[in-house]
Design a protein around this ligand. Structure first.
Ligand code: Z5A
Length: 218
């Protein structure tokens, strides 16, 4: 049996990750492949409890180091309780955000530093990493306009952090894509959702030797 892959989606606010998780899950389902979809922060009961602490409230509610540790704590629970059991069952895993988000949102844009985060990650998780990361890249002004038009004031803590912060996020993701060109595949997320989906299916097929077919909707 083919070893299942661990796929993550990354990008700034409103990049279309949730939309693309649904579409890619439909493509896996159409191919008869078992897929566990999940998200960070969250994914497991413990992770979701921590999500409530970090995505709501004032922008300065946590010291950036405390915030980093909350994301890492949620990730430990998520890997133990959901991701690793799914992989052990032979399911593929598709996760909306993972450690790259901590590296960029806290390590780079909040300037807590990346070396100690990488050390902590290695201590907690060894060399476990996604097999493929799909980076949905778009100007922050476009992504923030998308989320603003959605009109959802819940979970808007990071959206309230200002355009300069979001520009730093994009630069941080670009730097990571340059650092890990074999793992991170960047996609122009200003295209229509169906074009982005087709690009994602193509990247997944190329990376894992699959023959997924793009889906019309999900
Ligand atoms: N965070 C962190 O700081 N450190 C960490 O370690 C982790 C996370 C793991 C919550 O994550 C926050 O936690 C996040 C980073 C921080 N910051 N925020 N906010 P999240 O992933 O839940 O939050 P998010 O990135 O803001 O997700 P989102 O707002 O749900 O956006 P999305 O999933 O990328 O996009 P979407 O919901 O699919 O689409 C947004 C809107 O655009 C929606 O109306 C769609 O219909 C529309 N859309 C989607 N695709 C398109 C295209 N292609 N064209 C036009 N319109 C589109």
């Amino acid at each position: 049996m083919r070893k299942p892959g661990f796929i993550t989606l990354e990008g700034g606010e409103g990049a279309g990750k949730s939309t693309q998780v649904r579409l890619l899950a439909a493509a896996f389902s159409a191919a008869g492949l078992g897929l566990c979809t999940t998200r960070e922060p969250g994914g497991s009961p413990g992770g979701e409890a921590i999500r409530g602490l970090v995505v709501n409230g004032a922008a300065d509610k946590w010291h950036p180091v405390t915030e980093s540790l909350l994301f890492m704590t949620a990730r430990y629970d998520h890997l133990e309780a959901k991701i690793n059991p799914a992989l052990a069952r032979g399911e593929w895993v598709l996760c909306d955000r993972f450690y790259d988000s901590t590296y960029v949102y806290q390590g780079v844009a909040k300037a807590v530093g990346t070396a100690w985060l990488d050390q902590l990650y290695a201590h907690l998780f060894g060399n476990q990493a996604p097999d493929l990361t799909l980076l949905l890249d778009l100007p922050p002004s476009v992504g923030l306009a998308r989320t603003a038009s959605r009109g959802n004031v819940d979970e808007s803590r990071f959206e309230s952090m200002g355009l300069e912060y979001h520009e730093q996020l994009r630069a941080g993701f670009h730097a990571l894509a340059t650092k890990y060109p074999e793992r991170i595949h960047s996609i122009d997320a200003t295209q229509s959702a169906s074009h982005v989906h087709a690009a994602i299916v193509s990247a997944v097929n190329a990376r894992f030797g699959l023959a997924l077919i793009p889906q019309e909707s999900a």
